[in-house]
Design a protein around this ligand. Structure first.
Ligand code: URA
Ligand code: SF4
Length: 254
């Protein structure tokens, strides 16, 4: 039998220990919401899938992550080890949106840490982007689909409020979507990745560049060159945004 306070202390201790054993990188976390063991579960009432209100009302990344951690809105919650809300800096230059956690992510609670994730990190680093410096890495669904299958449309739809809310808090300068699921979900389109990748479109006024998923590059070497071309398109866009920003700043302070 544990009280809420004891559980919280234990959870915080485990978080800190986990961070320092892993890589010292302090992950974003929200306040835990535990209850005392002796409080009986409320009777009869249907379970509120989003607990404490709707995701779009959460006003910090930590609160969104907390809602995700408690979420049971789709069947993926039954098979997850833990949720993977995403990580990185707020107000990032680039928000990367992938599909959903794989086995490594499900075990660590961190996005893109397996083979595909390591390739993604190398690709981003080649144009000066780092998840602990100027990026945020997220996924369409926050819980691992069993056997790495694609998320079902109803799972992506159930989880969409979280990504939408994350984006409106993060206010990224640019979104890089990796793979078909991410771009099709963000743009609510059935258009093929082949027709969408490599040029900028927009998501709610934010420049969005669709590219291949790094797993696709691991499976098919021939996609590496076009993926590199996409990264160059991203690099050009970032330097244009930088120049526009510098011009505005100069105009404000002549
Ligand atoms: N693939 C994804 O789409 N996301 C991850 O976080 C890891 C692998
Ligand atoms: Fe909730 Fe998303 Fe996990 Fe489904 S995948 S249980 S909607 S957090």
């Amino acid at each position: 039998m544990m009280t809420a306070e004891e559980k919280k202390k234990l959870a915080l201790f485990l978080d800190i220990t986990g961070d320092s054993l892993r890589d010292g990188y302090k992950r974003l976390r929200e306040a835990y919401q535990f209850s005392d063991d002796e409080i009986p579960p409320s009777s009869g009432e249907p379970e509120d899938p989003y607990l404490n209100g709707f995701p779009e009302e959460a006003d910090t990344l930590e609160i969104v992550a907390g809602r995700i951690r408690l979420c049971t809105a789709c069947a993926l919650h039954r098979t997850r080890t833990q949720t993977v809300p995403g990580e990185g800096v707020n107000r990032p230059l680039v928000l990367v949106v992938g599909e959903g956690p794989g086995a490594d992510e499900d075990l660590t609670g961190r996005p893109f840490v397996g083979k595909a994730g390591q390739l993604l990190d190398r690709m981003l680093a080649s144009i000066g982007l780092f998840r602990n410096k100027n990026c945020f890495i997220a996924n369409v669904v926050k819980c691992r689909p069993p056997n790495n299958r694609e998320p079902l449309p109803e799972e992506a739809a159930a989880c969409a409020l979280f990504l939408t809310r994350q984006i409106s808090i993060l206010k990224p300068r640019v979104i890089l979507s990796a793979g078909r699921t991410a771009v099709q979900t963000l743009l609510e389109t059935a258009a093929s990745l082949g027709s969408l990748r490599g040029h900028f479109t927009e998501y709610k006024g934010i420049p969005l560049l669709p590219t291949y998923h790094p797993s696709a590059l691991l499976r098919d070497e021939s996609k590496k060159r076009p993926a590199w071309e996409d990264l160059k398109v991203l690099r050009v866009k970032l330097s244009e945004l930088d120049q526009a920003y510098a011009r505005e700043a100069a105009e404000r302070n002549p």
